[in-house]
Ligand binder design. Structure first.
Ligand SMILES: [Zn+2]
Length: 192
């Protein structure tokens, strides 16, 4: 529903009660599940349910590899965080498995990501780099910064008080730079 002066509002469709399919479509099932049931599954559950359907299994496995196993298959795109949307794009890139010569520019892909899944995301980013691609990530997450080959520290503060390149180099060099606000945190992260 479009509301004047207010953001749009969502309500459950009275015809299909949110299943998004007509009764004829919902009569069809696969191992006891309709298409609406399948869209209600998480990526993790669907990976088990569709394990022997190669085309689906490959896509679902890639989504799990970027830490999105908890997402519902039918989750509306409007409910995704920016980080989740970027990781879905990343998953489709990983599936295409192109070789090298691609520049990936990511803006805080760890947003909304559980800390344990950051390691999963880093493994995938490293896979892209190992294949000869270049990955540029805008990040505050220290695990991501510490794992980079080259760090460009912008600052010294945010907004009007930022935007200058303070220091650039490997994480160890940035961590030792006295003017950098990130340095002490990065130093602690590198020594742990
Ligand atoms: Zn409907």
């Amino acid at each position: 529903m479009e509301l004047l002066f207010l953001p749009g509002s969502y309500a459950v469709c009275p015809a299909c009660h949110g299943s998004r399919y007509n009764p004829e479509t919902l009569e069809v099932d696969y191992r006891g599940k309709t298409i609406a049931d399948v869209l209600g599954l998480s990526v993790d559950d669907a990976a088990r349910f569709l394990a022997d359907v190669p085309a689906a299994a490959r896509s679902l496995e890639t989504l799990r590899e970027v830490g999105l196993g908890y997402l519902r298959l039918g989750q509306p795109a409007t409910e995704l965080s920016g980080g989740e949307a970027q990781r879905i794009k990343l998953a489709s890139e990983l599936q295409r498995a192109r070789r090298g010569h691609t520049l990936y520019l990511l803006d805080e892909p760890t947003t909304g990501l559980h800390p344990s899944d950051v390691q999963l995301l880093l493994a995938q980013l490293n896979r892209l780099v190992d294949a000869g691609n270049t990955v540029i990530v805008v990040e505050h997450n220290l695990d991501v910064i510490a794992a980079a080959d080259w760090v460009i520290d912008l600052g010294p503060s945010g907004g009007d008080a930022g935007g200058r390149i303070l220091v650039a180099g490997p994480p160890e060099v940035v961590a030792a730079y006295p003017e950098s606000r990130t340095a002490p945190y990065l130093a602690r992260r590198l020594s742990s």
